[in-house]
Design a protein around this ligand. Structure first.
Ligand code: FAD
Length: 385
């Protein structure tokens, strides 16, 4: 059996690894010539790590993962600690430590495991045909390839999605801009083994450790969509957005490298439940584009890959039947994560200021159990539970 995968991101490469493991021949096609992940790092929560473990990457992902032992929320303006607690109960309940990892390293790990020689770069999908027995992908340069199955892992702006759905989808602006990057750990800003988040005014400044003595940092600021962005002015923009905030936030702004700091406007797509059409299936952001507010978009892509391989391996009534079972297994869970992230986004970013004020108040009375329960409710119900 042969599969064509469109897109060499986290979704496409993990699906490629998963299908190889069940004996499929796989070819991945990627439109860009050089893969540059959009963000600096990503938190792979226990559900995502379990999927990587299942794919044989336990040792590799552990080597990339930062040691995130504690968690704290700090009042961004006063610098006062609102709550601070150990994540150990979460790890014990989930059965796996979560790992914040640098994206470029995660991408490289997946690429090495899948095999660079089986990825065609510079191949942009422009059309596809399913004749009921095979599916053929057509690329911009006039080339084509035919297989038993095609997976659209082509991200938020998927071209496979409208083929599957029969219509275009609208992306919904979530109301905020995220700046992210990596800096060397500086314990005058935050403890090395802690996920530290400063909150106030509907904004967030967050740091978590990744391997190599680095913090993954991000700044979230509620802003209108489509503002002009000047990378060289990133430090000044952040200084203005966080004027009056506590010293550690100012020190972090001093440390960032504007040329290597990403600016991303955050969007999602209303969940939908049609992920397959004939021999074609969607996976990852193509199927469920979420805001990053619960850090589950990429984890859900890993879950999709494992679920797809299990469906293809365990069902013998043909590919279309296996894809329908994959769809049935995945859409409700993924939709739940998208909608949960959207609700968190609204509270975190003061889209409803009263709810945000109540959350800040809750944080001052938090012993960790409510927050860990919230995180665990996203982790649990995953494909390997
Ligand atoms: P992508 O990574 O977008 O890959 C799609 C690939 O398809 C791209 O390489 C693209 O070039 C290629 N492609 C597109 N069109 C074509 C075409 N026509 N032909 C060929 N190739 C094509 N998730 C988490 O789990 N934890 C986090 O902490 C987290 N933090 C995030 C922070 C931010 C700021 C953002 C924006 C997202 C975050 N996410 C997080 C979500 C995560 O980044 C995505 O869910 C994940 O990258 C999706 O992977 P993917 O492979 O589905 O899509």
């Amino acid at each position: 059996m042969k599969a064509i995968i469109i897109g060499a991101g986290m979704g496409g490469l993990s699906a490629g690894i998963a299908l190889r493991r069940i004996g499929w021949e796989v070819r991945v096609y990627e439109k860009v010539r050089e893969i540059r992940p959009v963000g600096a790092a990503i938190s792979v929560w226990s559900n995502g790590v379990k999927c990587l473990n299942y794919l044989g990457l336990e040792r590799q992902v552990a080597a990339l993962g930062g040691m995130m032992e504690d968690m704290a929320y700090i009042d961004g303006l006063s610098g006062e600690t609102m709550c601070q607690f150990s994540l150990d109960p979460l790890v014990k309940q989930a059965g796996q430590r979560p790992y914040p990892v640098a994206r470029a390293e995660l991408q490289d790990m997946l690429m090495v495991e899948f095999g660079r020689e089986d990825v065609t770069l510079g191949a942009k999908l422009v059309g596809l045909e399913d004749d009921g027995t095979t599916v053929t992908a057509h690329f911009e340069d006039g080339s084509s390839d035919t297989a038993d199955l095609l997976i659209g892992a082509d991200g938020a702006h998927s071209v496979v999605r409208p083929y599957v759905l029969g219509h275009e989808s609208t992306r919904r602006y979530a109301g905020y801009v995220n700046w992210n990057g990596l800096v060397a750990i500086d314990e005058s800003i935050a403890p090395a083994r802690q996920w530290t988040t400063f909150v106030g005014e509907g904004k967030r400044v967050s740091m978590m450790p990744v391997a190599g003595g680095r913090f993954y940092f991000f700044f979230d600021v509620p802003l209108p969509e489509g503002l002009a962005a000047d990378r060289a002015a990133t430090r000044e923009t952040l200084r203005a957005a966080f004027a009056g905030w506590a010293d550690p936030v100012q020190r972090l702004i001093d440390l960032i490298e504007p040329e290597r700091t990403n600016r991303v406007e955050i969007f999602d797509i209303e969940p939908f439940h049609t992920w397959t059409r004939g021999r074609v299936a969607l996976l990852g952001d193509a199927a469920h584009n979420t805001t990053p507010d619960i850090g589950q978009g990429g984890c859900a892509a890993f879950e999709d890959s494992v679920a797809l391989a299990i469906a293809l391996q365990t069902n013998t009534l043909g590919i279309e039947d296996a894809l329908k079972r994959y769809e049935k297994k995945r859409t409700t869970r993924a939709a739940g994560l998208v909608l949960k992230a959207r609700r968190r986004c609204e509270v975190t970013h003061a889209l409803d200021p009263a709810a945000t004020a109540a959350w800040y108040d809750e944080l001052r009375h938090e012993d960790g159990s409510r927050i860990m329960h919230g995180i665990l409710s996203s982790i649990e119900g995953n494909v390997l539970d």
